[in-house]
Each structure stands twice: as structure tokens, then as C-alpha cells.
Design a protein around this ligand. Structure first.
Ligand code: ADP
Ligand code: MG
Length: 331
């Protein structure tokens, strides 16, 4: 099989860019010069960047390369969505081993391309280097926001806490891979949530115009990410576990694997759902948006005074959280 050493740096860039959207309004100069040039007026610019490291963030034994390309963009799209902005341009920086197969590069590009076209973002540049160990992907995404940007610091006592979609599924998928459990009709959904997540781009953008108070995307787990909002806003929260109770197939699978579904739902990372806080009078608007987007948006708790996060089971008892999500460098 041919490797990228047969292509050279510029051959790799050419191959990467094949079919990728690389031009559009507002981009005066994209790929092909020393730097990209944008022209913007009026809007606020929102920028995020993410680093994906092979064996830390993805594993080539579990994730096909097109899923890796897809996920790389989704992780950044999710951050822009959480600010309530519209994603527009991205920069792609790659570290690739010399023996990386050209076929895999094409697969990576095709996943990236699908994610880019689906969300309407344009590749405005990047950098390509040789890596001595494994694949490194750094992606920077620029978005535009209207009047309202949703920071983590806006939560107020009395706000309801909402979560889009379903949580804990990506973490269950990763455990299934790590345990070597084969893909079946029962497990496929969760494995896919891990390798090929979908950022809630439309939901984030629309929520921004509803008048919510604070928003974050769930990359480290509901508890850990909610904690960021609590810290930034100087408030506490209660979560009602019954409100995040997953489907029975999820709970049954957890049971078979001797896992507590509560742990996965509260601390499982990488679902890329949105968690936000809104005053109670926005409830109807939020439900209407949920119907319009065909995306479940569940109220899972409340912002309270104090600084702590408590979880209550169906019986009203306080439940301890074994760990608050995943943190890098921690053992
Ligand atoms: P420079 O030496 O000025 O950094 P390069 O030779 O590295 O420029 O890159 C040439 C052009 O190709 C630049 O416009 C850069 O933005 C683009 N480019 C390089 N690598 C990538 C990549 N991985 N994805 C997108 N564009 C890239
Ligand atoms: Mg360069």
C-alpha cells in the first residue's frame, strides 16, 4: 500500500483539499498563501481550537479514519454551538507519520468533508507536518454570533437545567470497544456515538435567540461540564436522575456489563450534547424548538443557591458521584 511519503508535503495538502469546500463569502484568501484573510463586519467572532492525539482521543483499532475526520470537526462544531454561534471557517493542522497510508488519508478527508458540507463550514487553511509518533490533528474553527453569546457565567438561581439528546452513550460505546465486545444491533448505536458524534449545531444557534442564560457542550460529562457553569456563575445545582433515565436497552446493557447507568449518564464524556440553563418562563419556547428540530430537550434539574452539585434519585435520596467526568493528566 502506498504511503504519504510517496506524495510529499504538497501532495498531501493537495490530496486533503480534494473535494473539500475551500472558498465562500467572507473568505478573501484561503489556502495557497502565507495566511488566510477574512472580511467581516458587524458580527462577533467566536474561535475555538482542539487537539486530537492518537491513542488519547481516538484509537485506530476502533475508529475508521473517516470517523476520525468527522469527529475532529464535530468536536469543534460543538464548542461553537455551545456559544450560540454559527460555524463558518476552519483551519486544519496535521502531524502525520511517514508511513501513513494514502488510502487512510483519503478516508480521513472524506469524513471531514462530509462533516464540513453538512454544517456549511469552509476550510481556510492549515499546516501539515511529519510526526514521529502517531497522528495528531489540531482543528481551529471560527464562528459568527449575532447579538447574543452564551457564556458559562450566566446561570441564575431558579433557572431550569436542560440537556439535548441523550447522554452517556458515547462513554458506553468506548467501554464496549475496550472490552472487545463485538458490534451487534444492540451495541452499534453506542459505538457509533463514540466514533462518529453529531454536534448540536442548529440547536445551539437557535437556543441563542430564545433568551437562555448559560450554555456548555458536554465533552467531559454532565456533572463535570455543569460544574464549569456552576463555578463560572457562582451558583449550585440539583440534578434529578429520573429525568436523565436512559432507554431500557441502555440500562440493560449496563446491567450486563456490571456498570451503573447513573455513572455513565452523569460522568460519561464525548456525547457533544448541549447543557444549558434557562429561566422557567422559557420552557414552552424550548419545547417548541425541540419539536421543530426533532431533538429531545429534557429538563434535568435546577440551579440553586450555594456552590455544590447534588444528585437525587427517584426516591429523593442524594446520590454520590464517583468521579466528576474525565480530566486530562489525572490518574
Ligand atoms: P507556510 O509555509 O507559509 O506555512 P505551507 O507551505 O505550510 O505554508 O502551506 C501552504 C498552504 O496550504 C497554506 O495556505 C496553508 O494554509 C495550506 N495548508 C497546509 N496544510 C494544510 C492543511 N492540513 N489543511 C488545510 N490547508 C493547509
Ligand atoms: Mg506551514
Amino acid at each position: 500500500m502506498k504511503t504519504i511519503s510517496d506524495l510529499g508535503e504538497f501532495g498531501v495538502i493537495e490530496e486533503l483539499m480534494r473535494g473539500l469546500p475551500t472558498s465562500g463569502s467572507g473568505l478573501l484568501c484561503g489556502i495557497g498563501d502565507d495566511a488566510s484573510v477574512l472580511s467581516r463586519s458587524r458580527s462577533k467572532i467566536v474561535v475555538t481550537t482542539d487537539l486530537l492525539e492518537e491513542r488519547v482521543h481516538f484509537d485506530r483499532r476502533f475508529s475508521p479514519w473517516d470517523h476520525v475526520g468527522y469527529k475532529a470537526l464535530q468536536a469543534n462544531l460543538s464548542d461553537i454551538a455551545a456559544m450560540g454561534a454559527k460555524p463558518r471557517f476552519f483551519w486544519l493542522t496535521l502531524g502525520l507519520p511517514r508511513d501513513f497510508f494514502i488510502d487512510d488519508l483519503k478516508k480521513f478527508r472524506s469524513g471531514l468533508n462530509r462533516a464540513a458540507r453538512k454544517s456549511g463550514v469552509i476550510c481556510a487553511g492549515g499546516d501539515t507536518n511529519v510526526s514521529r509518533r502517531g497522528v495528531t490533528i489540531s482543528l481551529t474553527l471560527l464562528g459568527e454570533a449575532g447579538r447574543k453569546i452564551h457564556y458559562r457565567q450566566g446561570a441564575r438561581v431558579g433557572d431550569a437545567i436542560y440537556v439535548t439528546g441523550s447522554v452517556g452513550e458515547a462513554a458506553l460505546g468506548l467501554i464496549l470497544f475496550q472490552k472487545g465486545i463485538p458490534l451487534t444491533s444492540k451495541t452499534r448505536r453506542y459505538c457509533r456515538r463514540h466514533t462518529k458524534p453529531e454536534a448540536r449545531v442548529d440547536a445551539g444557534f437557535h437556543l441563542a435567540s430564545i433568551g437562555i442564560h448559560a450554555m456548555i457542550d458536554i465533552s467531559d460529562g454532565v456533572a463535570a461540564d455543569l460544574n464549569h457553569i456552576l463555578k463560572a456563575s457562582g451558583v449550585g445545582a440539583e440534578i434529578y436522575l429520573e429525568a436523565v433515565r436512559p432507554r431500557s436497552s441502555f440500562r440493560n446493557l449496563c446491567c450486563e456489563l456490571s456498570l451503573r447507568w447513573e455513572d455513565l449518564v452523569l460522568t460519561g464524556g464525548e456525547d457533544y450534547e448541549l447543557l444549558f440553563c434557562a429561566p422557567p418562563n422559557k420552557h414552552d419556547k424550548i419545547q417548541r424548538l425541540s419539536n421543530k428540530l426533532r431533538l429531545p430537550i429534557k429538563m434535568i434539574g435546577r440551579i440553586v443557591s450555594g456552590r455544590s452539585l447534588s444528585c437525587f434519585g427517584g426516591d429523593g435520596k442524594n446520590i454520590s458521584l464517583e468521579k466528576l467526568g474525565y480530566e486530562h493528566f489525572k490518574k
